[in-house]
Ligand binder design. Structure first.
Ligand code: NAD
Length: 431
Protein backbone atom coordinates (compact mmCIF):
# COMPACT_ATOMS: atom_id res chain seq x y z
CA UNK A 1 0.00 0.00 0.00
CA UNK A 2 1.65 3.29 -1.03
CA UNK A 3 0.98 6.52 0.79
CA UNK A 4 1.62 8.99 -2.02
CA UNK A 5 -0.65 12.01 -1.76
CA UNK A 6 -2.17 12.53 -5.17
CA UNK A 7 -2.39 16.03 -6.57
CA UNK A 8 -5.92 16.64 -7.70
CA UNK A 9 -5.79 20.28 -8.68
CA UNK A 10 -8.76 21.66 -10.53
CA UNK A 11 -7.88 22.70 -14.07
CA UNK A 12 -7.25 26.43 -14.34
CA UNK A 13 -10.57 28.25 -14.22
CA UNK A 14 -12.12 28.57 -17.64
CA UNK A 15 -9.31 26.58 -19.27
CA UNK A 16 -10.61 25.42 -22.55
CA UNK A 17 -14.29 24.75 -22.10
CA UNK A 18 -15.74 27.78 -23.89
CA UNK A 19 -13.07 27.63 -26.56
CA UNK A 20 -13.60 23.87 -26.98
CA UNK A 21 -17.38 24.17 -27.09
CA UNK A 22 -17.18 26.86 -29.78
CA UNK A 23 -14.55 24.93 -31.74
CA UNK A 24 -16.76 21.82 -31.68
CA UNK A 25 -19.79 23.88 -32.73
CA UNK A 26 -17.93 25.39 -35.71
CA UNK A 27 -16.56 22.01 -36.79
CA UNK A 28 -20.10 20.61 -36.97
CA UNK A 29 -21.40 23.84 -38.56
CA UNK A 30 -18.71 23.57 -41.27
CA UNK A 31 -19.73 20.00 -42.09
CA UNK A 32 -23.36 20.98 -42.66
CA UNK A 33 -22.49 24.31 -44.32
CA UNK A 34 -24.47 26.24 -41.73
CA UNK A 35 -25.23 29.76 -42.92
CA UNK A 36 -23.49 32.74 -41.28
CA UNK A 37 -26.89 33.92 -40.09
CA UNK A 38 -27.47 30.81 -37.95
CA UNK A 39 -23.83 30.64 -36.90
CA UNK A 40 -24.12 34.13 -35.44
CA UNK A 41 -27.48 33.36 -33.87
CA UNK A 42 -26.35 30.13 -32.24
CA UNK A 43 -23.10 31.55 -30.91
CA UNK A 44 -24.96 34.26 -29.03
CA UNK A 45 -26.67 33.86 -25.67
CA UNK A 46 -30.25 34.95 -25.04
CA UNK A 47 -29.71 36.05 -21.42
CA UNK A 48 -26.53 36.45 -19.39
CA UNK A 49 -27.43 37.22 -15.79
CA UNK A 50 -24.78 38.12 -13.24
CA UNK A 51 -25.44 39.09 -9.63
CA UNK A 52 -23.56 39.85 -6.45
CA UNK A 53 -25.68 39.19 -3.41
CA UNK A 54 -25.38 39.26 0.37
CA UNK A 55 -25.70 36.21 2.61
CA UNK A 56 -25.90 36.20 6.38
CA UNK A 57 -23.34 33.83 7.87
CA UNK A 58 -23.66 31.91 11.14
CA UNK A 59 -21.43 34.37 13.00
CA UNK A 60 -23.77 37.23 12.08
CA UNK A 61 -21.48 38.67 9.41
CA UNK A 62 -22.62 39.39 5.85
CA UNK A 63 -20.67 37.92 2.97
CA UNK A 64 -21.07 38.89 -0.71
CA UNK A 65 -21.25 36.05 -3.27
CA UNK A 66 -21.27 36.18 -7.05
CA UNK A 67 -23.64 34.07 -9.14
CA UNK A 68 -24.62 33.58 -12.78
CA UNK A 69 -27.49 32.20 -14.80
CA UNK A 70 -27.08 32.00 -18.56
CA UNK A 71 -29.82 31.04 -21.01
CA UNK A 72 -28.48 30.03 -24.38
CA UNK A 73 -31.43 29.34 -26.65
CA UNK A 74 -35.20 29.02 -26.30
CA UNK A 75 -36.21 27.94 -29.83
CA UNK A 76 -37.28 24.44 -28.75
CA UNK A 77 -38.83 25.34 -25.40
CA UNK A 78 -38.08 26.67 -21.92
CA UNK A 79 -34.45 26.50 -20.88
CA UNK A 80 -33.05 23.78 -18.68
CA UNK A 81 -29.76 23.27 -16.92
CA UNK A 82 -28.04 22.78 -13.61
CA UNK A 83 -26.82 25.18 -10.96
CA UNK A 84 -23.29 24.61 -9.76
CA UNK A 85 -21.75 25.68 -6.46
CA UNK A 86 -17.99 25.70 -6.86
CA UNK A 87 -15.09 28.04 -6.13
CA UNK A 88 -14.02 27.51 -9.76
CA UNK A 89 -17.20 28.77 -11.46
CA UNK A 90 -16.53 31.36 -14.19
CA UNK A 91 -18.98 33.15 -16.45
CA UNK A 92 -17.28 31.73 -19.55
CA UNK A 93 -17.67 28.18 -18.22
CA UNK A 94 -21.35 28.82 -17.51
CA UNK A 95 -21.86 30.20 -21.04
CA UNK A 96 -20.21 27.11 -22.52
CA UNK A 97 -22.21 24.75 -20.33
CA UNK A 98 -25.47 26.54 -21.27
CA UNK A 99 -24.68 26.05 -24.97
CA UNK A 100 -23.88 22.37 -24.39
CA UNK A 101 -27.28 22.02 -22.70
CA UNK A 102 -28.99 23.33 -25.85
CA UNK A 103 -27.39 20.63 -28.00
CA UNK A 104 -27.91 17.98 -25.31
CA UNK A 105 -31.66 18.61 -25.02
CA UNK A 106 -31.97 18.60 -28.81
CA UNK A 107 -29.93 15.38 -29.14
CA UNK A 108 -32.26 13.46 -26.83
CA UNK A 109 -35.17 15.29 -28.44
CA UNK A 110 -36.77 16.81 -25.36
CA UNK A 111 -38.55 20.18 -25.67
CA UNK A 112 -36.03 22.39 -23.89
CA UNK A 113 -33.33 24.91 -24.70
CA UNK A 114 -30.08 25.16 -22.75
CA UNK A 115 -29.17 27.07 -19.61
CA UNK A 116 -26.65 26.84 -16.77
CA UNK A 117 -26.00 28.63 -13.53
CA UNK A 118 -23.40 28.84 -10.85
CA UNK A 119 -22.31 30.52 -7.66
CA UNK A 120 -18.66 31.05 -6.78
CA UNK A 121 -18.60 29.26 -3.45
CA UNK A 122 -17.04 26.20 -1.86
CA UNK A 123 -20.17 24.54 -0.43
CA UNK A 124 -18.09 22.31 1.83
CA UNK A 125 -16.99 25.42 3.76
CA UNK A 126 -20.57 26.56 4.56
CA UNK A 127 -22.93 25.24 7.23
CA UNK A 128 -26.35 23.89 6.19
CA UNK A 129 -27.95 27.13 7.43
CA UNK A 130 -25.50 29.25 5.41
CA UNK A 131 -26.12 27.12 2.32
CA UNK A 132 -29.84 27.55 2.78
CA UNK A 133 -29.46 31.34 3.17
CA UNK A 134 -27.30 31.49 0.04
CA UNK A 135 -29.68 29.33 -2.00
CA UNK A 136 -32.78 31.28 -0.97
CA UNK A 137 -31.18 34.65 -1.70
CA UNK A 138 -29.79 33.48 -5.06
CA UNK A 139 -33.22 32.07 -5.98
CA UNK A 140 -34.80 35.43 -5.15
CA UNK A 141 -32.27 37.16 -7.42
CA UNK A 142 -33.16 34.67 -10.20
CA UNK A 143 -36.92 35.13 -9.87
CA UNK A 144 -37.35 37.32 -12.96
CA UNK A 145 -35.70 34.63 -15.09
CA UNK A 146 -36.76 31.23 -13.75
CA UNK A 147 -40.22 29.62 -13.84
CA UNK A 148 -41.80 26.33 -14.94
CA UNK A 149 -42.48 27.74 -18.42
CA UNK A 150 -39.33 29.86 -18.63
CA UNK A 151 -36.19 28.39 -17.17
CA UNK A 152 -35.99 25.32 -14.94
CA UNK A 153 -32.85 24.82 -12.84
CA UNK A 154 -31.58 21.43 -11.61
CA UNK A 155 -28.70 20.20 -9.43
CA UNK A 156 -25.13 20.09 -10.69
CA UNK A 157 -21.75 19.96 -8.96
CA UNK A 158 -21.99 21.06 -5.35
CA UNK A 159 -25.81 21.18 -5.32
CA UNK A 160 -28.33 18.44 -4.62
CA UNK A 161 -31.98 17.58 -3.97
CA UNK A 162 -31.97 19.68 -0.78
CA UNK A 163 -30.78 22.73 -2.75
CA UNK A 164 -33.66 22.21 -5.18
CA UNK A 165 -36.16 21.88 -2.32
CA UNK A 166 -35.02 25.28 -0.97
CA UNK A 167 -35.21 26.82 -4.45
CA UNK A 168 -38.70 25.42 -5.06
CA UNK A 169 -39.88 26.64 -1.65
CA UNK A 170 -38.43 30.14 -2.08
CA UNK A 171 -39.94 30.57 -5.54
CA UNK A 172 -43.29 29.13 -4.41
CA UNK A 173 -43.47 31.38 -1.32
CA UNK A 174 -43.10 34.48 -3.45
CA UNK A 175 -46.04 33.32 -5.60
CA UNK A 176 -48.18 32.15 -2.67
CA UNK A 177 -48.64 28.55 -3.81
CA UNK A 178 -46.50 25.48 -4.48
CA UNK A 179 -44.94 25.32 -7.95
CA UNK A 180 -43.08 22.00 -8.18
CA UNK A 181 -42.27 22.45 -11.90
CA UNK A 182 -39.86 25.36 -11.29
CA UNK A 183 -36.91 23.04 -10.58
CA UNK A 184 -36.09 19.39 -11.11
CA UNK A 185 -33.93 17.07 -9.06
CA UNK A 186 -36.15 17.66 -6.02
CA UNK A 187 -36.52 15.05 -3.25
CA UNK A 188 -39.06 12.41 -4.30
CA UNK A 189 -41.33 13.34 -1.38
CA UNK A 190 -41.59 16.87 -2.85
CA UNK A 191 -42.50 15.84 -6.38
CA UNK A 192 -39.09 14.67 -7.47
CA UNK A 193 -38.96 11.76 -9.91
CA UNK A 194 -38.08 8.24 -8.94
CA UNK A 195 -34.77 7.44 -10.59
CA UNK A 196 -33.63 11.09 -11.04
CA UNK A 197 -30.79 10.80 -8.59
CA UNK A 198 -29.30 7.87 -10.46
CA UNK A 199 -30.32 8.95 -13.96
CA UNK A 200 -27.04 10.36 -15.28
CA UNK A 201 -24.94 7.42 -14.10
CA UNK A 202 -27.59 4.97 -15.27
CA UNK A 203 -27.63 6.68 -18.67
CA UNK A 204 -23.88 6.10 -18.99
CA UNK A 205 -24.43 2.45 -18.22
CA UNK A 206 -27.28 2.12 -20.79
CA UNK A 207 -25.17 3.81 -23.47
CA UNK A 208 -22.18 1.58 -22.80
CA UNK A 209 -24.38 -1.50 -23.06
CA UNK A 210 -25.74 -0.21 -26.38
CA UNK A 211 -22.32 0.75 -27.75
CA UNK A 212 -20.77 -2.59 -26.75
CA UNK A 213 -23.78 -4.69 -27.73
CA UNK A 214 -21.87 -6.67 -30.35
CA UNK A 215 -19.22 -7.53 -27.73
CA UNK A 216 -21.71 -8.66 -25.10
CA UNK A 217 -21.87 -5.34 -23.22
CA UNK A 218 -19.62 -4.17 -20.40
CA UNK A 219 -19.19 -7.59 -18.74
CA UNK A 220 -15.50 -8.49 -18.60
CA UNK A 221 -14.28 -5.02 -19.59
CA UNK A 222 -11.80 -3.06 -17.47
CA UNK A 223 -12.75 0.45 -16.46
CA UNK A 224 -11.33 3.60 -14.86
CA UNK A 225 -13.68 6.22 -13.37
CA UNK A 226 -12.65 9.75 -12.40
CA UNK A 227 -15.11 11.32 -9.95
CA UNK A 228 -17.19 9.51 -7.35
CA UNK A 229 -20.07 11.94 -6.97
CA UNK A 230 -23.59 11.69 -8.31
CA UNK A 231 -22.53 10.70 -11.83
CA UNK A 232 -19.33 8.72 -11.31
CA UNK A 233 -20.47 6.67 -8.34
CA UNK A 234 -23.70 5.44 -9.94
CA UNK A 235 -22.04 4.75 -13.29
CA UNK A 236 -19.17 2.88 -11.60
CA UNK A 237 -21.52 0.83 -9.44
CA UNK A 238 -23.81 -0.22 -12.31
CA UNK A 239 -20.84 -1.06 -14.54
CA UNK A 240 -19.25 -3.07 -11.71
CA UNK A 241 -22.51 -4.90 -10.95
CA UNK A 242 -22.86 -5.79 -14.65
CA UNK A 243 -19.60 -7.73 -14.49
CA UNK A 244 -16.96 -5.20 -15.53
CA UNK A 245 -13.80 -4.67 -13.44
CA UNK A 246 -13.40 -1.12 -12.18
CA UNK A 247 -9.63 -0.99 -11.69
CA UNK A 248 -9.31 2.74 -10.94
CA UNK A 249 -11.59 5.12 -9.08
CA UNK A 250 -11.01 8.65 -7.81
CA UNK A 251 -12.55 11.60 -6.08
CA UNK A 252 -11.11 15.05 -5.42
CA UNK A 253 -9.02 13.77 -2.50
CA UNK A 254 -7.74 10.40 -3.63
CA UNK A 255 -7.21 7.99 -6.49
CA UNK A 256 -7.59 4.23 -5.94
CA UNK A 257 -6.31 1.19 -7.85
CA UNK A 258 -6.94 -2.50 -7.48
CA UNK A 259 -5.67 -4.79 -10.28
CA UNK A 260 -8.42 -7.31 -9.44
CA UNK A 261 -11.20 -4.75 -9.55
CA UNK A 262 -12.51 -2.46 -6.80
CA UNK A 263 -15.61 -3.52 -4.89
CA UNK A 264 -17.60 -0.49 -6.06
CA UNK A 265 -20.83 -1.66 -4.39
CA UNK A 266 -19.08 -1.47 -1.01
CA UNK A 267 -17.43 1.88 -1.83
CA UNK A 268 -20.78 3.27 -2.97
CA UNK A 269 -22.50 2.20 0.20
CA UNK A 270 -19.69 3.61 2.39
CA UNK A 271 -19.60 7.00 0.62
CA UNK A 272 -23.41 7.08 0.46
CA UNK A 273 -23.46 6.98 4.25
CA UNK A 274 -21.15 9.98 4.42
CA UNK A 275 -17.87 8.03 4.50
CA UNK A 276 -14.60 8.97 2.83
CA UNK A 277 -13.40 7.00 -0.22
CA UNK A 278 -9.74 7.09 0.76
CA UNK A 279 -10.38 6.07 4.36
CA UNK A 280 -12.58 3.22 3.14
CA UNK A 281 -9.85 1.96 0.82
CA UNK A 282 -7.18 2.18 3.51
CA UNK A 283 -9.29 0.63 6.26
CA UNK A 284 -10.58 -2.26 4.16
CA UNK A 285 -7.40 -2.76 2.13
CA UNK A 286 -9.72 -2.56 -0.88
CA UNK A 287 -7.30 -0.65 -3.10
CA UNK A 288 -3.97 1.11 -3.17
CA UNK A 289 -3.65 4.87 -3.35
CA UNK A 290 -2.14 6.06 -6.63
CA UNK A 291 -1.48 9.34 -8.43
CA UNK A 292 -4.52 11.23 -9.70
CA UNK A 293 -3.25 11.26 -13.28
CA UNK A 294 -3.01 7.44 -13.31
CA UNK A 295 -6.80 7.28 -13.43
CA UNK A 296 -6.83 9.08 -16.78
CA UNK A 297 -3.94 7.22 -18.37
CA UNK A 298 -4.91 3.79 -16.96
CA UNK A 299 -4.43 0.66 -19.03
CA UNK A 300 -8.14 -0.19 -19.24
CA UNK A 301 -10.77 -0.71 -21.93
CA UNK A 302 -13.06 2.15 -20.88
CA UNK A 303 -12.33 5.55 -19.31
CA UNK A 304 -15.16 7.47 -17.64
CA UNK A 305 -14.18 11.06 -16.77
CA UNK A 306 -17.04 12.02 -14.43
CA UNK A 307 -15.64 14.84 -12.31
CA UNK A 308 -14.86 18.22 -13.86
CA UNK A 309 -14.17 19.83 -17.22
CA UNK A 310 -10.91 20.08 -19.18
CA UNK A 311 -9.10 17.12 -17.60
CA UNK A 312 -8.16 15.47 -20.90
CA UNK A 313 -5.85 17.92 -22.64
CA UNK A 314 -3.04 18.03 -25.20
CA UNK A 315 -0.70 17.24 -22.29
CA UNK A 316 -2.12 13.84 -21.40
CA UNK A 317 -4.24 12.73 -24.40
CA UNK A 318 -1.22 11.00 -25.94
CA UNK A 319 -0.82 8.86 -22.81
CA UNK A 320 -4.46 7.76 -22.54
CA UNK A 321 -4.60 3.98 -23.08
CA UNK A 322 -8.36 3.32 -22.97
CA UNK A 323 -9.84 2.69 -26.43
CA UNK A 324 -13.25 4.05 -25.41
CA UNK A 325 -14.00 7.21 -23.44
CA UNK A 326 -17.51 8.02 -22.23
CA UNK A 327 -17.82 11.57 -20.94
CA UNK A 328 -19.75 11.59 -17.68
CA UNK A 329 -18.61 15.15 -16.91
CA UNK A 330 -19.44 18.12 -19.09
CA UNK A 331 -16.55 19.19 -21.28
CA UNK A 332 -13.84 16.90 -19.85
CA UNK A 333 -11.99 16.82 -23.21
CA UNK A 334 -10.39 19.91 -24.73
CA UNK A 335 -10.58 20.40 -28.51
CA UNK A 336 -6.86 19.56 -28.84
CA UNK A 337 -7.28 16.33 -26.88
CA UNK A 338 -10.33 15.45 -28.96
CA UNK A 339 -8.24 15.72 -32.12
CA UNK A 340 -5.53 13.52 -30.60
CA UNK A 341 -8.13 10.87 -29.69
CA UNK A 342 -9.54 10.98 -33.18
CA UNK A 343 -6.08 10.60 -34.73
CA UNK A 344 -5.36 7.68 -32.37
CA UNK A 345 -8.66 5.96 -33.16
CA UNK A 346 -9.97 6.31 -29.60
CA UNK A 347 -13.77 6.51 -29.62
CA UNK A 348 -15.34 9.26 -27.50
CA UNK A 349 -19.01 9.05 -26.55
CA UNK A 350 -19.54 12.79 -26.09
CA UNK A 351 -20.97 14.53 -23.04
CA UNK A 352 -24.05 15.83 -24.83
CA UNK A 353 -25.13 12.22 -25.27
CA UNK A 354 -23.23 10.42 -22.50
CA UNK A 355 -24.54 12.42 -19.55
CA UNK A 356 -27.93 13.32 -21.03
CA UNK A 357 -29.65 10.84 -18.71
CA UNK A 358 -29.91 13.52 -16.03
CA UNK A 359 -31.72 16.08 -18.13
CA UNK A 360 -33.88 13.37 -19.67
CA UNK A 361 -35.23 12.27 -16.29
CA UNK A 362 -35.45 15.94 -15.29
CA UNK A 363 -37.80 16.29 -18.24
CA UNK A 364 -39.83 13.33 -16.95
CA UNK A 365 -39.91 15.00 -13.52
CA UNK A 366 -41.14 18.27 -15.05
CA UNK A 367 -43.85 16.40 -16.97
CA UNK A 368 -44.92 14.57 -13.79
CA UNK A 369 -44.90 17.83 -11.77
CA UNK A 370 -47.14 19.53 -14.30
CA UNK A 371 -49.59 16.62 -14.25
CA UNK A 372 -49.34 15.92 -10.50
CA UNK A 373 -48.50 12.32 -11.37
CA UNK A 374 -45.77 9.98 -10.15
CA UNK A 375 -44.29 7.41 -12.47
CA UNK A 376 -42.74 4.22 -11.10
CA UNK A 377 -38.97 3.91 -11.18
CA UNK A 378 -39.32 1.04 -13.65
CA UNK A 379 -41.22 3.30 -16.05
CA UNK A 380 -38.67 6.10 -15.64
CA UNK A 381 -35.76 3.77 -16.37
CA UNK A 382 -37.53 2.18 -19.33
CA UNK A 383 -38.33 5.58 -20.90
CA UNK A 384 -34.78 6.76 -20.16
CA UNK A 385 -33.29 3.77 -21.93
CA UNK A 386 -35.63 4.29 -24.88
CA UNK A 387 -34.73 7.97 -25.38
CA UNK A 388 -30.99 7.44 -24.92
CA UNK A 389 -30.88 4.41 -27.19
CA UNK A 390 -32.78 6.31 -29.87
CA UNK A 391 -30.35 9.23 -29.54
CA UNK A 392 -27.35 6.89 -29.70
CA UNK A 393 -28.67 5.24 -32.87
CA UNK A 394 -29.52 8.62 -34.47
CA UNK A 395 -25.93 9.72 -33.85
CA UNK A 396 -24.36 6.49 -35.08
CA UNK A 397 -26.49 6.65 -38.25
CA UNK A 398 -25.62 10.29 -38.81
CA UNK A 399 -21.90 9.69 -38.30
CA UNK A 400 -22.00 6.88 -40.85
CA UNK A 401 -23.88 9.11 -43.30
CA UNK A 402 -21.36 11.95 -43.00
CA UNK A 403 -18.61 9.39 -43.58
CA UNK A 404 -15.14 8.51 -42.32
CA UNK A 405 -13.66 11.12 -39.97
CA UNK A 406 -17.03 12.08 -38.49
CA UNK A 407 -16.74 11.47 -34.75
CA UNK A 408 -19.70 10.75 -32.49
CA UNK A 409 -19.21 14.25 -31.03
CA UNK A 410 -19.44 15.87 -34.44
CA UNK A 411 -22.51 13.81 -35.37
CA UNK A 412 -24.17 14.67 -32.04
CA UNK A 413 -23.43 18.36 -32.52
CA UNK A 414 -24.79 18.21 -36.06
CA UNK A 415 -28.05 16.65 -34.86
CA UNK A 416 -28.34 19.17 -32.02
CA UNK A 417 -27.68 22.15 -34.29
CA UNK A 418 -30.01 20.93 -37.03
CA UNK A 419 -32.90 20.39 -34.62
CA UNK A 420 -32.50 23.89 -33.15
CA UNK A 421 -32.20 25.46 -36.61
CA UNK A 422 -35.35 23.63 -37.72
CA UNK A 423 -37.23 25.13 -34.75
CA UNK A 424 -35.83 28.60 -35.51
CA UNK A 425 -36.85 28.37 -39.16
CA UNK A 426 -40.35 27.24 -38.29
CA UNK A 427 -40.78 30.00 -35.72
CA UNK A 428 -39.29 32.76 -37.87
CA UNK A 429 -38.13 36.09 -36.46
CA UNK A 430 -40.24 38.40 -34.33
CA UNK A 431 -41.08 41.20 -34.89
P1 NAD B 1 -20.66 15.82 -7.68
O1 NAD B 1 -20.34 17.09 -7.00
O2 NAD B 1 -21.73 14.94 -7.15
O3 NAD B 1 -19.34 14.90 -7.79
C1 NAD B 1 -18.14 15.33 -8.35
C2 NAD B 1 -17.10 14.28 -8.03
O4 NAD B 1 -15.89 14.62 -8.68
C3 NAD B 1 -16.76 14.16 -6.54
O5 NAD B 1 -16.50 12.81 -6.24
C4 NAD B 1 -15.48 14.98 -6.41
O6 NAD B 1 -14.73 14.58 -5.30
C5 NAD B 1 -14.83 14.62 -7.72
N1 NAD B 1 -13.83 15.58 -8.19
C6 NAD B 1 -13.90 16.92 -8.21
N2 NAD B 1 -12.77 17.44 -8.73
C7 NAD B 1 -11.99 16.37 -9.04
C8 NAD B 1 -10.71 16.25 -9.62
N3 NAD B 1 -9.99 17.31 -9.97
N4 NAD B 1 -10.24 14.99 -9.80
C9 NAD B 1 -10.95 13.90 -9.44
N5 NAD B 1 -12.16 13.97 -8.90
C10 NAD B 1 -12.66 15.19 -8.70
O7 NAD B 1 -20.93 16.22 -9.20
P2 NAD B 1 -21.74 15.38 -10.28
O8 NAD B 1 -23.16 15.80 -10.22
O9 NAD B 1 -21.36 13.94 -10.20
O10 NAD B 1 -21.15 16.02 -11.62
C11 NAD B 1 -19.92 15.60 -12.20
C12 NAD B 1 -19.86 16.09 -13.63
O11 NAD B 1 -20.98 15.58 -14.34
C13 NAD B 1 -19.92 17.60 -13.81
O12 NAD B 1 -19.16 17.95 -14.95
C14 NAD B 1 -21.38 17.86 -14.09
O13 NAD B 1 -21.59 19.06 -14.81
C15 NAD B 1 -21.70 16.65 -14.93
N6 NAD B 1 -23.11 16.29 -15.00
C16 NAD B 1 -23.84 16.02 -13.87
C17 NAD B 1 -25.17 15.63 -14.00
C18 NAD B 1 -26.00 15.23 -12.81
O14 NAD B 1 -27.13 14.79 -13.01
N7 NAD B 1 -25.49 15.33 -11.59
C19 NAD B 1 -25.77 15.58 -15.26
C20 NAD B 1 -25.00 15.87 -16.38
C21 NAD B 1 -23.68 16.22 -16.23
Amino acid sequence: MTTTTPTLAHPAAGEGILASTLAQFHAAADTINLSDRYRAYLTSWKTVFQTQFPVQMDDGSIKIFEGYRVLHDTARGPTKGGIRYSPHVTLDDVRALAMLMTWKCAVVNIPFGGAKGGVIVDPTKLSQQELQNLTRRFTTELEPIIGPDKDIPAPDMGTNAQTMAWMMDTYSMSRGYTIPGVVTGKPVSLGGSAGRNEATGRGIYFLLQEHLQAQGGVAGKTVSVQGFGNVGSVAARLIHEAGAKVLYLSDVRSALYNPNGIDVTAAYSHVGQGGDLRKWAEASDAAQIVEAEDVLTADVDILVPAAVESVLTANNAGQVRARLIIEGANGPTTAEADQIFEDRGIVVIPDILANAGGVTVSYFEWVQARQYLQWTEARVNEELQRLLTTAYRDIATRAAKVGPGCSMREAANIIGIERVVEALELRGYYP
